[in-house]
Design a protein around this ligand. Structure first.
Ligand code: ATP
Length: 324
């Protein structure tokens, strides 16, 4: 991605006594990108976020946010960055609208503009009808959406969300993720989100950093991670065919000049009326392979393309980290 990074972490390290919570973290996050910090509990995600916000001091290294050193100028960083912790503190006995206006006023926004922004944000996060309800009556999902509005009221360039979907039901998760994505795309807001939910991260993040025991083990978009991990062979296509032929195998292997075909194998289960062929390759060849089989006069009974997902990647890296 081009341009100047909005978040620049350089050899960022945090030690608590002998224990290293974050170890030499170097990472760039660019404008408008949704970046997922993915890792199990205790990986160091929250500590990293706190250092970016200037809320805890690094032992060594540097965190620059919008070009500002977060440790030296935390207040300046705070004015540019919205932070949604995993549980937002609201005044439960006051309405959603009042809570937002209160935050806006703390950010020195004049009352009239504060009210306008609050109402428009409540609309934006789907809480317009709950504007006059006390926050104490809100579900966890509603609270998180209000949290997002609360973070956005000062018009930040970057939003940092720590486990934003924790404790929300699946429908609420879908809505919240769609909203975050929409905000990033329409308003160019840079989003950093921490999570230990692979699937959620996979759904909305442009890039992901895999974080284990304070270290960034891998970083990139899904294809980058797949490539790093599986060495190019990221797809498997299974075909159930009436028979198998050497000519067909030759033809599949001859695709090698356009895509990488790592393995072609075929076997028939005892008692089965068809042969299952498995092709491991770098691209999704499903329709091409189906066409070839038909051209060779074979019957096609089944076609199953599979792509290695974040699940496989996550487990592979985590297995590696445990072994070390
Ligand atoms: P979680 O999802 O559980 O919050 P995390 O990835 O955010 O996990 P951190 O909260 O950053 O992880 O914690 C990283 C490690 O640092 C943990 O082992 C934690 O126990 C330790 N740690 C965090 N804060 C302190 C502290 N103030 N003093 C000592 N150790 C700490």
């Amino acid at each position: 991605m081009a341009g100047q990074p909005v978040i620049e972490l350089r050899q960022l390290t945090k030690k608590y006594g002998d224990f290293t919570a974050v170890n030499q973290l170097t990472l760039d996050i660019y404008q408008g990108e949704i970046f997922g910090l993915l890792g199990p509990n205790g990986a160091g995600k929250t500590t990293t976020i706190l250092m970016m916000l200037g809320l805890t001091e690094p032992t060594s290294g540097q965190a620059l946010v919008c070009g500002i050193d977060a440790t030296r100028n935390p207040i300046q960083v705070k004015s540019r960055v919205g932070y949604l912790p995993d549980d937002v503190g609201f005044y439960d006995d006051r309405t959603a609208l009042d809570n937002l206006i209160y935050t806006a006023r703390l950010n020195r926004i004049p009352l009239r503009e504060a009210t306008e922004r609050a109402l428009s944000l409540l609309e934006r996060v789907g809480l317009a009808e709950a504007a006059e309800k006390n926050v104490g009556e809100f579900s966890r999902g509603m609270r998180q959406r209000l949290g997002l509005a609360d973070v956005l009221i000062k018009r930040p360039e970057v939003i940092i969300l720590d486990e934003p979907t924790l404790g929300i039901d699946p429908e609420g998760v879908r809505e919240l993720l769609a909203l975050i994505r929409d905000l990033s795309r329409k308003e160019g807001i840079t989003v950093l989100l921490s999570s230990h939910h692979l699937h959620q991260v996979q759904q909305i993040c442009d890039r992901v950093g895999l974080f284990v025991k304070g270290r960034l083990l891998a970083c990139g978009d899904m294809n980058d991670l797949s490539r790093q991990l599986f060495g190019g062979a990221t797809h498997t296509v299974e075909l159930d065919l009436s028979a198998w032929s050497d000519e067909l195998e030759q033809r599949i292997r001859s695709l090698e000049h356009v895509v990488s075909v790592e393995r072609v194998e075929a076997d028939a289960l005892a008692g089965s009326s068809y042969v299952t062929a498995r092709v491991v390759c770098s691209d999704d060849l499903a329709s091409q392979l189906a066409r070839m089989a038909l051209e060779h006069g074979l019957e096609l009974y089944g076609l199953r393309p599979t792509k290695y997902g974040l699940d496989d990647i996550y487990h592979r890296y985590f297995e590696g980290s445990e072994a070390s």
